[in-house]
Design a protein around this ligand. Structure first.
Ligand code: TLP
Length: 345
């Protein structure tokens, strides 16, 4: 990427900071498959502590973290309940089916936020025709619904009621630190009643790679074996964990700036004729906007922007997404808005 580009496609595009690169250079390493990488061990212990869980596992990607969590909380042939726009359902190559052997029962929501009332209606006991519900998956923040955040009482109620029914809950917390920054609630409190939580070091937190899966020790012990089965035993991965540790300690404090930039972007987008932003203002760092009334397909707008060095992805024929992160400044957001206005005029 050249520095001329303003890349709002995702917060996955951040490049490691000079401090992260130095930490990677200096990292003490060992063979993590033998449990001998001191930097990975430190990262796993710290991630467990931040999540308020007994143990945590360093995995290469968020997709692998979710895949393993669902496998650990279900048995072959069960159902997994999630929101209809969930990443688990739409962007993970059906790993729930492929690896865990479960079907997803999705529930449409207005804002990506499920409630116990919605979920309870879809819970199935095992019977001659129905597969039973193995676990519930909640996405916090919700990516494609526009970075929305679970109200804590809604999340708690889902977890506590699900447990009464013997059903586990996994949080896809790829951006749980954004949820924490938006609400002022510590991550450990957000996921207190959930069984497992996955969060990404390589999204809003800015590390070059890696995610964490946290949960009870016996679950994480099993998760470690599944990680190996999936080809995720990474040997001297302390090189990556070193950047992850820095991201975990230092990046959460920067997230309010990304959220303010997203609100700035959303306000500017809403002022452009034909564009509507939903939800507005965005709660975190993801801005979803509808381009229908511009009369131009989202894909075409995206291509025209790209020709002017501004990157934003379409997520449907009439909807686009812009994601703020530490590699886009307020003035670059301003330039992106001016470019979009010019493209549409
Ligand atoms: N999200 C990516 C794309 O896959 C859409 C993005 O650009 O936002 N859960 C959530 C909520 C995610 O947003 C993502 C990635 C993942 C899981 C998967 O993480 P990775 O890409 O590390 O497998």
């Amino acid at each position: 990427m050249t520095d001329l580009l303003i890349d709002l496609r995702s917060d996955t595009v951040t490049r490691p900071t000079p401090k992260m690169r130095q930490a990677m250079f200096d990292a003490e390493v060992g063979d993590d498959v033998y449990g001998e990488d001191p930097t990975v061990n430190r990262l796993e212990a710290r991630a467990a502590e931040v999540c308020g869980k007994e143990a945590a596992l360093f995995v290469p990607t968020g997709t692998m973290g979710n895949t393993i969590a669902i496998k650990c909380l279900t048995q072959h042939g069960q159902e997994v309940i999630c929101d209809a726009r969930g990443h688990l359902l739409n962007y993970e190559l059906s790993m729930t089916a492929w690896f865990a052997g479960c079907l997803i029962r999705s529930i449409p929501t207005a804002d990506g936020i499920l409630t116990w009332e919605m979920i309870e209606r879809e819970i199935r006991p095992l019977g001659p025709h129905a597969a039973n519900t193995g676990c519930i998956e909640l996405e916090n923040t919700h990516n494609m619904a526009g970075g929305t955040v679970y109200p804590q009482e809604v999340l708690d109620e889902i977890c506590l009621r699900a447990h009464e029914r013997g059903i586990g809950v996994h949080i896809d917390g790829a951006r749980i630190f954004n949820a924490s920054a938006a609400t002022g609630t510590p991550v450990s409190r957000i996921c207190r009643h959930a069984d497992t939580v996955m969060f990404c070091l390589s999204k809003a937190l800015g590390a070059p790679a890696g995610s964490m899966l946290a949960g009870p020790k016996d679950v994480i012990d099993r998760a470690r074996l599944y990680r190996k089965r999936l080809g995720g035993g990474m040997r001297q991965s302390g090189i990556l964990a070193a950047a992850g540790l820095l991201a975990l300690e230092e990046s959460p404090a920067l997230l309010p700036q990304d959220h303010a930039n997203a609100q700035f972007l959303a306000a500017g987008l809403a002022a452009i004729l034909g564009i509507s932003v939903e939800p507005s203002p965005p709660a975190t760092n993801i801005v979803i906007f509808d381009t229908t009334a511009t009369g131009r397909p989202a894909k075409e707008i995206s291509q025209a922007l790209k020709a002017q060095q501004v990157l934003m992805n379409p997520i449907s024929p009439t909807v686009m997404r812009a994601v703020t992160h530490y590699d886009v400044s307020r003035s670059q957001c301003q330039t992106a808005l001016e470019t979009l206005a010019a493209v549409l005029s």
